[in-house]
Design a protein around this ligand. Sequence first.
Ligand SMILES: Nc1ncnc2c1ncn2[C@@H]1O[C@H](COP(=O)(O)OP(=O)(O)OP(=O)(O)O)[C@@H](O)[C@H]1O
Ligand SMILES: [Mg+2]
Length: 340
Amino acid sequence: MALLEVEDLDVRFYTEGGVVHAVDGLSYTLDRGERLGVVGESGAGKTVAALAILDLLDDPGRIEGGSIRVDGEEVLGADPERLRRLRGGEVGMVFQDPETALDPVYTVGEQVAEAVRVHTDLDGAAADDRAVSLLDRVGIPDPATRATQYPHEFSGGMAQRAVVAIALAGDPDLLIADEPTTALDVTIQAQLLDLLDELAADDLAVQLISHDLGVVAEFCDRALVMYAGQAVESASVDDLFYRPQHPYTAGLLSAVPRIGDDRDRLRTIPGSTPDLAAPPPGCRFHPRCPYAEDACTKRDPPLVAVDGDDHRAACLAHVDDADFDGDLDFYVEVDGEADP
Ligand SMILES: Nc1ncnc2c1ncn2[C@@H]1O[C@H](COP(=O)(O)OP(=O)(O)OP(=O)(O)O)[C@@H](O)[C@H]1O
Ligand SMILES: [Mg+2]
């Protein structure tokens, strides 16, 4: 049984401008110890889907349907005590907004110790000791002294390590890290990924949400590509990067800047993410898709197996009974090696 099973998840925001269908029929699983990358442009629903797992969506957001099972147990609609165990206890989260992650008025040690008290039976000095050992575990030098300092005394990289320590306080099985490296410079980013790598080697499953396909390629086993609230492709990282099966994924890959790329070879996907209060009919990607045919304007493609069971894509080109005549002829170049 997978550690996390998300099935047909539906999240909407009831705003004055209309109902924003932020996550629409999202299904995926994550195994124990697995590293899953979630990628997609801004507004794809990556953060909203992650917050839904911990029931942390604020008004006007509502989970309208689906199922979220952790270790086989349904957590949607769970009581407050169950949710308390879930948050931090089973699933630790590193939130996207680094500014709000640490409170400037408490020492870092106090904040980690507080998370320890909430998620374990430890109290008092035992919680403080555990906080110091967590700071040590995430690679903060001289952790006992560092614990007495305030967040402003930490560099960006050290502060992000402290945030990871807080997420680990309850010894979770799954860490969801939402753009954990985006605010960091490249060297510090690499060090933080090394830390996540060590943690994952200790059998912690990681859901890494990132704009950066390079980071996902390097760190993850599997990747899920989201577009406009839906999963459009999921596969092992190798399959996804070398043999993408959805035009959106292929577009994302060709939009990745590489060292040595000259300007006019830097392509981006034309157009922008649709308004999720009024998404286009049929496939949500069709207005931007160079392969779109008439049928794509009418039918929302299901996520189907392509190229082996573990590789799935939601494109009519892969749906047997679809009225789609064309061929997807991606030409993907990865690290200078072409793979037609
Ligand atoms: N509080 C809110 N009210 C209304 N709509 C919201 C709210 N929060 C999120 N949304 C909408 O939900 C959609 C998904 O947002 P989400 O933050 O999950 O995107 P994301 O993939 O994490 O993007 P990014 O890469 O920028 O972090 C967006 O269209 C966004 O406008
Ligand atoms: Mg986000």
